[in-house]
Write a protein that binds this ligand. Structure first.
Ligand SMILES: [Zn+2]
Length: 479
């Protein structure tokens, strides 16, 4: 009897899954070929000059060449004279951040904030095929550090407002624009932290905030051919842990085991072999649901029935590094040090492991996991620097709907979806000023292009400069 019941049950289950999936799907026909875009040589030239300003920020602000920031700010003042009239100067903001306010014609809605950063990471010129700080244009691409991250946004946002003011128009509602000077230098507090303090002091609260973030890309998930526009609604936290082991030092000719380095290596190996448990957080669930509604049927079946398929998906996602990082807090060794001489056994060996925290994980929960996994009293685990995961922004309000529609108008070939950002942005510094903080960079980029960010030969397709202008123009005109 049982042998008959099982296949019947499985067939029924399959029928339920298929019906449920078919009902939930809202698949619409998307244009497959991205529309071609007119490029804008004037704005390209400004972006090239902006890239030539070597605004590399450092954790220790005294190492930053602030003259380069002054050059960039002077360039922006000269290139966008009408925006300049909207600039706010205030002691709290500081000399190397930029804040603008464009008053709207109507009241009744809280202002919105567009934000980006003026600084960039450094570049090793030897590894580049184009000079990193000259803004060279070749075969449809503008090369240089910051061309994508994130001077594209700075220039596009200002050019959208400049154009609006040139035609004598004002936005419907008030917009603020804020560019910080230290996004790339992690825990420095000279940039967005100061800007957020200024807004706090003024009692400004935003209807929504838009920072750099996800892009429009294809082949985000294997076999899923549609373009996906991902909007970061939360970002993972950041934690550095130091692992250290002390043993008696000695000469390598008469070694005593285990050595400090040996014990430390074992601890690292344990951490690599056992990952933290996978968990589908709300932004990831939302992403899967959105993709399930629009994607190929096989994906719909998987993504729209998470009550049944979550376990299987976690297993599959764990095999691919980007997806794996979306479903679990990750822990990876990045720095190690012990003896600096080949014939000396180190008294102390230390390593730094870098952890990226899913929403709801904390410094404490990671430290306990690491300590339990290492399971050795000889290894001391010390938290160094921690930025908790950001809040999760709301996606059921007017702001997210409006943002999604604007993305869809500019990138009609894409499925717009919330997602969880793996990296950190300035956005989290504004999270107390709005419950709708989003992270999206209006650019079509495939994986290999995104990988150039913070790496050699960073570049931006010239079409993206026009697309970004279109996007920001739509945004500021229609909100
Ligand atoms: Zn950036």
């Amino acid at each position: 009897m049982l042998f008959l019941l099982i296949p019947i049950f499985l067939l029924l289950l399959l029928a339920v899954l298929i019906c449920r999936t078919a009902i939930m799907r809202t698949r619409t026909k998307l244009p497959t070929v991205p529309s071609t875009v007119q490029t804008d040589t004037e704005v390209e030239a400004i972006l090239a000059k902006a890239v030539a300003c070597k605004t590399v920020s450092h954790l220790d602000p005294s190492q930053t060449d602030w003259d380069e920031f002054s050059h960039l700010i002077a360039l922006l003042e000269k290139s966008f004279p009408l925006c300049n009239k909207h600039k706010i100067t205030d002691e709290t903001i500081g000399p190397y951040n930029l804040v603008y306010c464009f008053h709207g014609e109507e009241k009744g809605r809280e202002p919105a904030l567009l934000t980006a950063h003026l600084d960039v990471v450094g570049a090793n010129e030897q590894e580049w095929t184009h000079p990193p700080f000259e803004g060279e244009i070749e075969e449809g691409f503008l090369y240089g550090r910051g061309s994508f991250d994130c001077k594209l946004q700075v220039i596009s946002i200002l050019s959208a407002f400049e154009h609006m003011r040139k035609t004598g128009n004002r936005p419907k509602h008030t917009w603020y624009v804020a560019f910080g000077c230290d996004e790339e230098s992690n825990s420095s507090k000279e940039g967005a932290v100061r800007i957020a303090q200024y807004f706090q002091k003024q009692g400004v609260h935003f209807s929504f905030v838009l920072d750099e973030g996800g892009v429009v890309s294809q082949k985000y998930i294997k076999g899923f051919d549609q373009s996906i526009a991902v909007v970061g609604v939360a970002e993972k936290g950041y934690l550095d842990l130091e692992l250290s082991v002390e043993r008696t030092a000695g000469h390598s000719s008469t070694p005593a085991f285990p050595t400090a380095l040996g014990t430390l290596s074992q601890a690292i190996s344990r951490l690599e072999n056992k990952q933290m448990p996978a968990r589908l957080t709300p932004p990831v669930k939302q992403m899967l649901t959105n993709l399930g509604k629009e994607g190929p049927f096989a994906y719909s079946l998987l993504f729209l029935n998470l009550w049944l398929t979550a376990g299987l998906l976690k297993l599959v996602f764990s095999k691919q590094s980007t997806l794996n990082a979306a479903i679990r807090s990750t822990i990876v060794p990045t720095v190690i040090s012990a003896s600096d001489k080949s014939n000396v056994i180190a008294k102390k060996a230390t390593a730094i492991v870098n952890c990226r925290l899913l929403p709801r994980d904390t410094e404490q929960s990671i430290v306990s996991w690491v300590t339990r996994t290492i399971a050795s009293d000889s290894v001391l685990v010390t938290p160094l620097h921690c930025t908790p995961p950001s809040h999760i922004s709301k996606t059921d309000g007017d702001a997210f709907r409006f943002l999604s529609q604007t993305i869809k108008k500019t990138f009609p070939e894409s499925i717009v979806t919330p997602y969880l950002m793996m990296g950190a942005t300035d956005a989290r510094k504004y999270q107390d000023l709005s419950d709708s903080v989003y992270r999206f960079t209006p650019a079509r980029m495939d994986r290999s292009e995104v990988d150039r960010m913070h790496a050699p030969d960073e570049r931006i397709n010239l079409e993206n400069i026009s697309l970004a202008q279109q996007f920001y123009t739509r945004l500021i005109t229609n909100w």
